[in-house]
Design a protein around this ligand. Sequence first.
Ligand SMILES: [Fe+2]
Ligand SMILES: [Fe+2]
Length: 343
Amino acid sequence: MLWSASHMMKKTQYVKDLKDKDTIASPFLIKFSATAMGKNGKPYMNLVFMDKSGEVEARLWEDVTQYIGQAVRDSFVWVEGRCQMYQGRRQVVIQRLQILREDEVALKDYVAENELDADHLYEQLLELVDSMQDPYYKALAVAVLKDDPEITDRVKRAPAARSIHHAYRTGLLEHVLSITKILDGLAKHYGKYLDRDLLFLGGFFHDIGKIWELSYDRLTEYTTEGQLIGHLVMGVELVDRKIRELEAETGKLPGKFPEDKKLLVKHLILAHHGRLEYGSPKEPLCLEALVVHMVDDLDSKMNAIGKFMEKDQTPGRWTGLNRNLERYFYKPDWVMELAGQSK
Ligand SMILES: [Fe+2]
Ligand SMILES: [Fe+2]
């Protein structure tokens, strides 16, 4: 054995630095693992390795059977192999694989990093809360976002999704703040047609259930509650509980929380996926619900397509196939420059 049990596997190679023909000898976290059958009738393994700098695809052609059930999602592995270009993308061809224990790696090297400053974003969110007028809506926003330390801690860390959009630490907060700022502009633009405070609660709460729907200490996974209940209903449950708590305490509300306001907040959460087939039990039935749904859709697509283009390595003006939206995107100059390609 090259290493002993007490030995930490030092991370010296990061995904973002891997280039064609590089020799690889480094630990990685497995993000995806599947076994497939080759044309020659022999099994091979498709993997995706990740660390804090990014992800890269990998193939294992030899001794596959000994790794099935071991080289699985969420496990750490020592990898020896080579990086090569395949269909315009980097791919690691694995020569040797060794499963590692969690105490053999430093977790922080594998959790995706980004430049988001969670504290700063959260301050901006609280400024928006402070600017609200309606005493009931505002008290509810304060109860959830200001007075509950568990929620604050989770909102600062949570991703907005397992994949697709804002799928990284603090992604949920980035998404929620971005949406609420857009909603602020739309409230001004459409004047009397829109209730700014109600819109804000739609922005703040539409995905708040995700802080418990997902677990995100390492790789993002769905929790049992997330699988069985889902973030729309979980958000409604939270609003229900917080309103009951507010009503039980004296001095927090000017009176009993108005029934119509309570129902509208819940409706905005339940309707934000827009259509029954996208998981909403109700379609948007008021302008605020419609606007929150459309802005949510816009913000998630902007993020998903933007990040997709940034990561694209396909030579030329067109990206590879985006499987979620089933199309190729035309790359603007800034993406070409990012990938080091001439225009
Ligand atoms: Fe959602
Ligand atoms: Fe959302």
